[in-house]
Design a protein around this ligand. Structure first.
Ligand code: GLY
Length: 376
């Protein structure tokens, strides 16, 4: 195969969005996708920076990055629809509902975005919500997409612009010589060279192999810097009397999709690499959904699944050059917000690859924060 300019490890939303940005800029890119279940396909697709505590916990830079990425979504969804004919099911509006005074008081005290609403205003937005609701917080700017449609659209657009996809293969090693990336080795033994490698593999990482020291293996990140947080979710058939938009409650969030599903999520189990679902935990999510919308009591379950969120100790992503491996760029660790953060992440990584432009906002997401020994 002809030598690409860039190899992207990972065909989830981060890898494909980055591939699309690069292919549009005329870069010859290959995406290598393992075919393992991607976090993208497990996600509910919320674009909700006003409500995601993980974004605020990680600081102002991540909150600003989330806002910037949210702002890119309407135009991006329109572009993908025009280019590919795939409707990403982009919709605006997220409501968080409080069912007691303690939850309502947290809205007033919080630093989140959105407008605090009284009971009547909440019920005007969501007439079928349980009458036990006491208050809400609403953002018209936050919203949702359907991640599986987004992934399909991105793949089509990437390929239309000359990008190539290698399916069912994994990058097992990124080869380096004297600290410089020299290419990758695939799971079938094939070797490919490129000017840069972008690692967007979610929670699973390829290893670095240092040819200059006799093939010694080095981890791409220090132990524990990146870990899975399993999330379980289910889809219910959308009844009359369900939510009209994304509704978040203490017990579950509900994301109604235009294809007739309501995606209900999600559990958080740190360190669990399995993709099995636990019946008791899924039932608890369903109870959370039913306590918000009684009409869901009889709604048939369409599917249930689990996915692995790629998480970091400080809940911020890792975006930027890898340490000690020139030519390797990391786009990892978007945790609960991979779909939201994909446009801004792709833009930042494409800027690095195309003209060495370091987006000031991603300085805070450097891998150096996990490197107490100061390896550069
Ligand atoms: N973005 C919501 C979740 O990860 O469950």
């Amino acid at each position: 195969m002809s030598r690409p300019d860039v190899i992207i490890a990972g065909g989830g939303v981060i890898g494909l969005m980055t591939g699309f940005a690069l292919a549009r800029a005329g870069v010859r890119a290959i995406v290598v996708d393992s075919g393992m279940p991607a976090a993208t396909d497990a996600a509910a697709g919320m674009l909700a920076p006003s409500f995601e505590g993980a974004l605020r916990k990680a600081g102002d830079d991540l909150a600003a990055f989330g806002r910037r990425s949210l702002a890119a979504w309407p135009q991006l969804a329109a572009l993908l629809a025009e280019r590919t004919g795939v409707d990403c099911d982009f919709a605006k509006g997220v409501l968080s509902a409080a069912f007691d005074e303690t939850e309502a008081a947290a809205f007033e005290a919080g630093h989140e975005g959105g407008e605090v609403l009284g009971r009547e205003a909440v019920l005007a937005l969501e007439p079928f919500l349980s009458p036990r609701v006491v208050a809400g917080r609403y953002s018209e700017e936050d919203g949702q997409v359907d991640p599986r449609r987004v992934r399909a659209a991105l793949l089509r657009a990437f390929q239309q612009d000359g990008g190539r996809l290698l399916r069912e293969r994994t990058i097992v090693e990124i080869r380096t010589v004297n600290g410089r990336m020299d290419g990758v080795t695939l799971s079938d033994g094939e070797r490919i060279g490129a000017g840069a490698v972008i690692v967007a593999t979610g929670a699973r990482l390829p290893a670095l192999v240092d040819a200059a020291s006799g093939g010694a293996l080095r981890p791409l990140l220090p132990e524990g810097a990146l870990f899975p947080v399993k999330g379980e979710a289910l889809a219910l058939a959308r009844p009359a009397g369900g939510p009209r938009r994304v509704v978040r409650t203490k017990g579950a969030y509900l994301c109604p999709k235009s294809d007739g599903r309501i995606v209900v999520g999600a559990t958080e189990i740190a360190g669990d690499w399995s993709l099995t679902t636990d019946d008791a935990r899924v039932k608890a999510l369903r109870r959370g959904a039913v306590s918000a919308f009684a009409a869901l009591e009889a709604a048939p379950e369409i599917a249930r699944w689990a996915g692995l969120r790629p998480a970091t100790q400080d809940a911020a992503p890792i975006i930027g050059p890898a340490l000690g491996a020139d030519g390797v760029i990391l786009a990892l660790g978007c945790y609960r917000n991979g779909i939201l953060l994909a446009p801004a992440t792709a833009d930042a990584v494409a800027g690095l690859v195309c003209d060495g432009r370091m987006d000031p906002l991603i300085a805070a997401f450097s891998a150096a924060r996990f490197n107490p020994l100061g390896v550069s």
